[in-house]
Design a protein around this ligand. Structure first.
Ligand SMILES: Nc1ncnc2c1ncn2[C@@H]1O[C@H](COP(=O)(O)OP(=O)(O)OP(=O)(O)O)[C@@H](O)[C@H]1O
Length: 258
């Protein structure tokens, strides 16, 4: 990764409390355009809270989150998504009764269109526009190697495949940043290896920046450009994987949590 790339996401002095419990305590970091950046930390360190602040689900008490130079803190989640930040969830969030193709199309329409009703009914869309949308989501499906499943209801597919579909839904929005919340959780060895390769491919070939939260340390250390470590809501380390893994405070935090 070049060191000269511009910052895409800038998180500054972010703090979030729940009834006196500091879930995030003055955290700052930035992610460069096209970077693969991971956030790790023991259980309860604040990783999910951080995700939820950036994507507009939680409203932190203080701090700033800028995306492509624009303050996004306080914006509703759907507006943040439209700005170019897509996310996946710890638990698979797909529409199980809908086909793979329709799941991808709906995600794309939600990102591109204005009104919710119009999204649902696809009103006023020209046939050409619709054709372009189908072409785009088929392209994404091919990249994610789920093209052959296009007409199958998502709910009937295995967990690992549903996780891939969730990532494909995020990609269908053509984001500049994808936030992945434990993308290999619950996957077996082969599924994990496949998903890891896909994440690297999406980052490298599409140039999409990735913010990854994951407990699988081997995966994180193997693919990240930089890693940020949280403990009790605070940033205790930030750097290249080889630096972070040797950091005394990081080692102590993980041993303490073991
Ligand atoms: N909705 C909430 N209400 C109250 N406290 C919360 C809420 N969400 C998180 N917390 C608290 O904030 C702290 C950080 O939690 P968070 O879920 O962000 O950690 P995490 O690093 O994602 O943990 P895990 O790895 O277990 O998912 C914890 O002390 C947690 O109990």
């Amino acid at each position: 990764m070049s060191e000269t790339r511009a910052d895409l996401l800038e998180v500054e002095d972010l703090s979030l409390s729940f009834a006196g419990v500091k879930a995030i305590d003055g955290v700052s970091f930035s992610i460069a355009e096209g970077e693969l950046f991971s956030v790790i930390g023991p259980n309860g360190a604040g990783k999910s809270s951080l995700f939820n602040c950036i994507s507009g689900v939680y409203a932190p008490q203080s701090g700033s989150v800028r995306f492509a130079g624009e303050e996004i803190l306080g914006m509703p989640a759907h507006k943040i998504a439209k700005k170019g930040i897509a996310r996946t969830f710890q638990n698979v969030e797909v529409f199980p009764a809908m086909t793979v193709l329709d799941n991808l199309l709906l995600s794309r329409h939600n990102a591109m269109r204005a009104g919710a009703l119009e999204n649902m009914l696809w009103l006023g869309r020209s046939a050409r526009e619709e054709k372009a949308a189908v072409e785009k989501v088929r392209e994404v499906a091919a990249l994610m190697q789920i093209e052959h499943l296009a007409d199958i209801p998502v709910g009937s597919l295995p967990h690992g495949t549903q996780k891939r579909i969730e990532l494909a839904r995020a990609l269908a929005m053509e984001p500049r940043l994808i936030m992945l919340d434990e993308p290999v959780a619950g996957m077996n060895h082969d599924e994990t290896a496949e998903m890891t390769e896909t994440i690297v491919q999406v980052n490298r070939d599409l140039g999409v920046a990735i913010l990854l939260v994951e407990h699988d340390m081997k995966m994180v250390m193997g693919i990240s450009n930089r890693v940020c470590v949280l403990n009790f809501g605070q940033r205790i380390a930030l750097g290249k994987p080889a630096e972070v893994i040797r950091d005394e405070e990081v080692v102590a935090a993980y041993l303490g949590a073991a």
